[in-house]
Design a protein around this ligand. Sequence first.
Ligand code: KE4
Length: 434
Amino acid sequence: MNTNIDRSVEESNKLFELAKKVIPGGVNSPVRAFKSVGGNPIFIDKAKGAYLYDADGNRYIDYIASWGPMILGHANDEVVDALARTAVKGTSFGIPTELETKIALLATQMAPNVDQIRFVNSGTEACMSAVRLARGYTGREKLIKFSGCYHGHADPFLIEAGSGAVTFGTPNSPGVTKGTAKDTLLAPFNDLERVQEIFAANEGEIAAIIIEPVAGNMGCVPPAEGFLEGIRKLCDQYGTLFIFDEVMTGFRLAPGGAQEFLGVNADIVTYGKVIGGGLPVGAFGARKEIMSMLAPEGPVYQAGTLSGNPLAMTAGYTTLSILKNDEDIYVRLADKTRYLAGLMKTALNEKGLDYQLNQLGSMMSLHFCKDEVVDFETSSKGNNEMFKKYFHYMLDHGVYLPPSAFESYFLNDSISYKDLDETAQIFRDFLISL
Ligand code: KE4
């Protein structure tokens, strides 16, 4: 039984104090700073398989997998060996390599409705490029997104619901201009009626509607029956492009991602996380008639010095190859996730706590609230004080969960049933401690 209860975090605290002197907030991405759960972040020294090891030597069972990429588990031998072989041949050229074509062929074989794919360096780049491509292809300017869905930190996405019958966006970050916000319209996730209203009120003006087909940035929130199918019909009716942001779900829910898993076709699909196997990769793909609009073939500009970088392509190609050749991995991951969710539900029912536990494939999230979590509003009703206690108890006892109630867990294939049983036991002990 691994309990970190007497764990020291002295080294992590020292590293955090030093980091804060030279990096804003001591982190290179805000969610890592533990702002919504309190306390100091741990600093990781190394990871292998299902386990993280922090700077003080504490071990944690990892349930975020670097927010999705590490689906195989950390430091996968095949991936590491392939990277070593690539690195000695040079790490970046800014000149085409065969590696880019190899992963592009593999990804387009696995992803439905994607004839061609362009690699970039992050999910943000993929999503912002996909929106520009949709605007270039349709000649329209407006974009619909959903409250609580996150598509990276590009300006068109940092918009929150404004006032008004048909919700026009307002910036939710300084630095995003009103000019940008006016072109982003918002609707609640799973609210097809509101989407219909927005389409009708902006006929002929909407270039694209972008969605996380299974939302993972307000906790894990699956689409309601018929929701995505309804949007598909509206896009066909109004000539709008349907962008599936599969940065989280791509190659995670199935080889063909959410399109395959849910049986709904997108026009443009964005990827990140798993497609890079732990190195910085984003990508976006579509049928050829859309992708041919991209420079240098077409007029829509998009570029990147390190796009298609040999190391990143190697990690991604090796990871996708393993996923493609191991047809059981998706069943294993879903079974493990359902197993853990089942144990946690049993414990919560015995305790008599109000909760919602959402799970789909290898994504899940626990919300301490009574009503079903179906959108950002219901997700926001979770008891965050309880979540903070939960997060820190599990962390103290060697389980690393997402440090926010508005995130999804991502199981990796290295997690064993022994790890799951240990996690469930620690969770039962947490509930007893309340
Ligand atoms: P990146 O630019 O962080 O690679 O991807 C942006 C992005 C786009 N689309 C979806 C659906 C995403 O979930 C993300 C990034 N996810 C967050 C986790 N909620 C990354 C963690 C972070 O911001 O540090």
